[in-house]
Design a protein around this ligand. Structure first.
Ligand code: T4K
Length: 388
């Protein structure tokens, strides 16, 4: 049996630039005393990110949740919105913050994204939009979702919190739909400690978003709507400028880890993982595995606990389903038999550690533990059979 790790490893660990490189940025902030409210680093990061990602307009935010809340507000979404239960709770919280009723539909098991085949049956006279999530950074079926939305006059807001730097069919996945949001939280592939962004297609929408994230101020004295304060500050923006420089190198390191997991977990009975998405430049943000208790011999939760005993702290993203939380289970669409695939994935998933500084011997240790536990069960079974 494998020993325990000396230092624990977590599902992720944020990357940071060299501290020395950050100091000149801090000195400039200290010199100029421009700390926030669309300062020079904020402006520069918006410009550099739009170029880097290949998107037309981007507005920085204090976090991804407020970006989502504002994205719905700027598009005037109301009534009912069709969404997925298999996500981080912020996705649906953004609806409740806007007094919108979430309507949950099931996911397709291939990538755990909202199933386009289930959208039309959920549309009512109150439906105004669809809010899908590119879960784990894997693109949704954007073509089909777009067609359905057009046919029914619905807006599409993509929660692309996991999808920084993901390209689909040769362009940023954030260019699909009416609007997309990103998260730059510490746990994301690109972080500004906390942070986020909205990506939109036209200058006027960006202008409205920029008003809304600054209390709704449209000039010094006019207020255009009940906006909120969700501005990114200058320290976060400066950090973002440096983080951008190391993104490609970090993505390369994540890719090696992803491939190591794929190559070595493949043979373990009862452990499965998602295929590599086609026509996609991935960001390798997460590495979810799915545990089939019958075949593997241990339940997902037991494997999760046994990994922790070894110092490996995965996470069960996304368990429980959003629809199982008290403020959501009251909705008819939260009824779990209708959300069969989402329920199944949620019961089976563990996201394994993946981040640029994760050492390859640590990845091998994770794989060896998963394989060893299965082996231990097999030999126990064999022992029992011999004794019979
Ligand atoms: N939409 C989707 C689909 C999302 O997944 C999220 C956020 C959002 C919207 C909202 O975006 P933000 O408003 O957050 O920008 C984490 C994050 O807090 C959350 O941002 C993320 N999704 C979600 C999937 O995961 P927790 O509670 O699991 O994180 P936590 O603090 O337990 O961190 C996980 C591990 O990462 C820790 O065990 C250790 C490591 N870690 C974490 C932090 C915060 C560090 O090493 N350093 C750190 O500073 O929610």
């Amino acid at each position: 049996m494998m020993n325990k790790l000396k230092s624990p490893i977590y599902v992720t660990k944020p990357s940071l630039p060299d501290l020395q490189e950050f100091l000149p940025y801090l000195e400039q902030i200290w010199d100029t005393k421009i700390l926030t409210n669309n300062g020079p680093f904020h402006k520069q990061l918006e410009k550099e990110l739009a170029e880097f990602l290949g998107v037309p307009y981007i507005s920085l935010f204090a976090n991804g949740t407020l970006a989502l809340v504002t994205a719905l507000q700027v598009l005037g979404i109301s009534g009912e919105v069709i969404t997925t239960p298999y996500s981080f709770v912020a996705t649906s919280h953004s609806l409740l913050w806007n007094n919108i009723k979430p309507v949950f539909i099931d996911i397709e098991p291939e990538f755990c994204n909202l199933d386009p085949g289930k959208i039309e049956a959920a549309i009512t006279s109150k439906t105004t939009a669809i809010l899908p999530v590119h879960v784990y950074g894997n693109p949704c079926k954007v073509g089909r979702i777009g067609e359905i939305a057009n046919r029914h006059g619905l807006k599409v807001i993509y929660d692309a919190a996991h999808s920084f730097g993901v390209d689909y069919n040769g362009q940023s996945v954030c260019n699909y739909g009416d609007i997309s949001i990103l998260s730059f939280h510490a746990t994301k592939v690109f972080n500004t400690m906390e942070g986020g962004a909205i990506i939109c297609h036209d200058a006027n929408t960006k202008k409205q978003i920029d008003f809304l994230k600054n209390f709704g101020f449209a000039g010094e004295t006019a207020i255009m709507a009940c906006g909120i304060n969700s501005k990114m500050n200058e320290m976060q923006a400066a950090l973002g400028l440096l983080q951008l420089k190391q993104h490609h190198e970090n993505k390369g390191k994540r890719k090696v880890i992803d491939h190591l997991y794929r190559a070595n977990l493949e043979g373990i009975k009862g452990i499965s993982f998602l295929a590599e998405p086609k026509n996609t430049e991935s960001n390798y943000a997460y590495f979810p595995i799915f545990v089939d208790e019958q075949e593997y011999g241990l339940s997902r939760d037991l494997l999760y606990e046994k990994l922790k005993e070894k110092g490996i702290y995965g996470r069960r993203y996304f368990y429980p389903l959003i629809s199982e939380f008290p403020m959501y289970e009251v909705y008819k669409s939260a009824n779990s038999p209708k959300l069969l695939k989402a329920h199944e994935a949620s019961q089976k998933v563990i996201c394994l550690p993946i981040y640029p500084d994760l050492k390859l011997h640590e990845v091998e240790f994770v794989i060896a533990c998963i394989s060893d536990f299965a082996g231990a069960i097999e030999s126990k079974k064999m022992g029992a059979a011999i004794r019979k």
